[in-house]
Design a protein around this ligand. Sequence first.
Ligand SMILES: [Zn+2]
Length: 327
Amino acid sequence: MTFQSLPKIELHLHLEGGAPPAFIAGLAREKRIDLSGIFDAQGNYTYRDFDHFLKVYEAACTTLQTPEDFRRLTLAVLEESAANGVVYSETFLSPDFCGGGDLAAWRDYLAAIQDAAEEAERTMGITLRGIVTCIRHFGPEQAKTAAMCAAETRGDFITGFGMAGAEKVGRPKDYAYSFDMAREAGLRITCHAGEWGGPDMVADTIRDLAPERIGHGVNAIHDLALVDRIAEAGIVLEVCPGSNVFLGATGGWRDHPIAELHRRGVKVTVSTDDPPFFGTTMSTEYEMLHRAFDWDEGMFRDLNTVALDAAFCDAATRDRIAKLLEA
Ligand SMILES: [Zn+2]
């Protein structure tokens, strides 16, 4: 069974993490950067273990140096998404990686990314919105700079604020100032939690940062009272099963908590996180969930309705995308 043509919504995708290996290899050739060690004979990313994976990811990102690089990256990522039936996507963007936190530089990067998003909407029929993320392991002070950049560029395209990076660094309350600043600017809130951290990290994130959505959140499964609270509050989980299985954040596909979370009434959605790095696509995620839990097309249509309800876009965009989901 293939789900490639089924219209899909994706809420959790890191733009740099979506970079197709052939695109990165091409940029490296143009810029004469030696990345020969990060690809296998088939041209895919390759690594020995988790630490090496992080090094390969960082090495790939060294090719992304200018707004024009990000314009081309955005088109390459959206081409891949559209080929897998994605009609609406939200991507994480970090001012730290786009101009080093300088507001004027960030505006230049953002203009290039938005330009590509508009082109993709015209030519591929996929709609993109951006969520600015601070990077947790860069610390609370740097997070304020990201929040300021987010607040200053909030609009039709930048609609949300969140936090990515190493989850074990610091506690959510350390970043509350930045999240409050973003919320007051009218941005919608999501935050990575419960991927590497335990249920306590999910609970503290909900208490101190009040997100509407949580990136991953799967480790909430180890505290069923917390699972009930998440379900009752209607907090949406951006679950990335292939990422979790690949990196070992959870057990294998058949043991993945997404099915139990759903059974317990939690609003779950399906995304890819950093797809080519984990050998996945949105179609592959659906295929693997079908094999693991016998989820069928009707189930995936329901999950996409949940995802669209939780999308950080305006009502007119939501109505337009809803029609595409009926196809
Ligand atoms: Zn992520």
